[in-house]
Design a protein around this ligand. Structure first.
Ligand code: NAP
Length: 258
């Protein structure tokens, strides 16, 4: 039986670990030819070998999304390998914590460069190829932090994740004329290697704040990303899909019916 992405090609920027690795794996499992990108060669090769073992068609390309030249080479490589770019998943992101009192210009610039400029560079570099085919699905990994909620220590991160949505809405209007859609998934707290660093106390307190009673799995985000990358989502653009176990619903602790 053909997969939901059979015949499609996908770039997953930040597709080597955590949520992105599972997105790459699910896209490949649904029949897409995938090019996963990240800065760490070893992690990238490990991810690709795991996905291939499960039967998926995937390759790794080392690219830093902050750098226009590297992003351009990434997109060129996808076209050389697979002939076209149908799907671009902008998932690369970092979330170092720094309060406003301790934050440096370098902290601010680095988080903005990866999380926000990286999205602009990937989308802009894919555009000519998608435009030529009159088809494109662009999906962004935003967050509940910024667009909906706040968290001390993450003002720079929150600004990038909200900024992505402003970018997306204007881009959606420009890209619609070419048959290209762009949408964003807003994950809540998802259990990945990246989140592991925040410690068991953080994780337990987070679980207590989630109506569905547990942190999300990368698969929860990846299946939302699959829908938005598929033909089925062809009439959806400039929209957001929150995947947070209900975390942003309760108006106070009293509303937590657990
Ligand atoms: P993760 O495990 O740390 O993975 C981050 C991915 O981004 C890796 O593949 C990493 O590859 C890549 N990356 C980082 N900097 C890059 C750069 N400069 N150029 C290219 N790739 C880069 O994080 P995650 O938890 O899966 O998060 C993935 C995305 O989901 C992020 O955008 C994050 O903000 C968002 N998100 C996560 C959560 C959560 O609870 N986990 C919640 C909301 C939103 P390399 O290390 O090889 O560069």
């Amino acid at each position: 039986m053909p997969g939901r992405l059979s015949g499609k090609t996908a770039i997953v920027a930040g597709g080597t670990r955590g949520i992105g690795k599972v997105i790459a794996s699910i896209y490949a499992g649904e029949g897409a030819e995938v090019l996963a990108a990240g800065t760490n060669q070893e992690a990238g090769e490990r991810a690709v070998s795991e996905i291939r073992q499960a039967g998926g068609s995937v390759a790794f390309f080392r690219a830093d999304v902050r750098d226009r030249k590297q992003v351009s080479l990434l997109v060129d490589h996808a076209v050389a390998l697979y002939g076209k770019v149908d799907i671009a998943c902008c998932n690369a992101g970092i979330f170092p914590s720094a309060t406003l009192e301790e934050m440096t210009d370098d902290d601010w610039d680095t988080v903005n460069a990866v999380n926000l400029k990286g999205v602009y560079l990937v989308v802009q570099s894919c555009l000519p190829h998608m435009k030529r085919n009159g088809y494109g699905r662009i999906v962004l990994t935003s967050s509940i932090t910024g667009p909906i909620t706040g968290f001390p220590g993450w003002s720079h991160y929150a600004a990038t994740k909200a900024g992505m949505l402003g970018f997306m809405r204007s881009a959606a209007l420009e890209l619609a004329a070419y048959g290209i859609t762009i949408n964003a998934v807003l994950p809540g707290n998802i259990m990945t290697e990246g989140l592991d660093d925040l410690g068991p106390d953080y994780l337990q307190r987070m679980e207590e704040a989630i109506p569905l009673g547990k942190l999300g799995d990368p698969e929860d985000v990846a299946y939302a990303m699959l829908y938005l990358a598929s033909d089925e989502a062809g009439y959806v653009t400039g929209q957001t899909l929150v995947v947070d176990g209900g975390q942003t619903l309760p108006e106070s602790l009293l509303a937590m019916n657990r």
